[in-house]
Design a protein. Structure first.
Length: 128
């Protein structure tokens, strides 16, 4: 478990470094990792799943209470995660992210017209 937490911290640093002072895309480190085990398309889809789970973390604590206050619907909205069950709620958000990643991947593939590895910030550059 400690190794997974350390890996998440390392990945966060690598992604932030990539997009800031290295001037590459945000997901470039993930594309480098995925080149070892899979295709960039599958990596985009899995990044979408992780995005969906990230939205899940924010939803019950921030988004649903704000939406309930704005709509004036009270517990019907603010307690949605508890009403449908947390596992169902998590799967819903992960499926949202997978769908989002698949659409993003398909739109990038058709826009590029090739099967080259491209990060969110442009082509992956490999230092010589």
């Amino acid at each position: 478990m400690a190794g997974m937490a350390a890996a998440v911290a390392m990945a966060m640093f690598a992604m932030i470094a990539s997009v800031t002072y290295q001037h590459h895309g945000f997901f470039t480190p993930l594309f480098h990792i995925s080149a070892l085990v899979g295709s960039p398309k599958s990596m985009i889809i899995m990044a979408g799943a992780l995005y969906g789970l990230g939205v899940l973390v924010m939803t019950p604590f921030v988004l649903l209470p704000v939406a309930a206050a704005v709509a004036g619907s009270g517990a019907t909205i603010s307690r949605m995660a508890q009403m449908v069950g947390r596992s169902t709620f998590a799967i819903e958000h992960m499926m949202f992210g997978i769908g989002l990643g698949a659409v993003f991947s398909a739109s990038r593939s058709s826009a590029e017209g090739s099967s080259g590895v491209v990060s969110a910030g442009g082509p992956v550059r490999v230092a010589a």
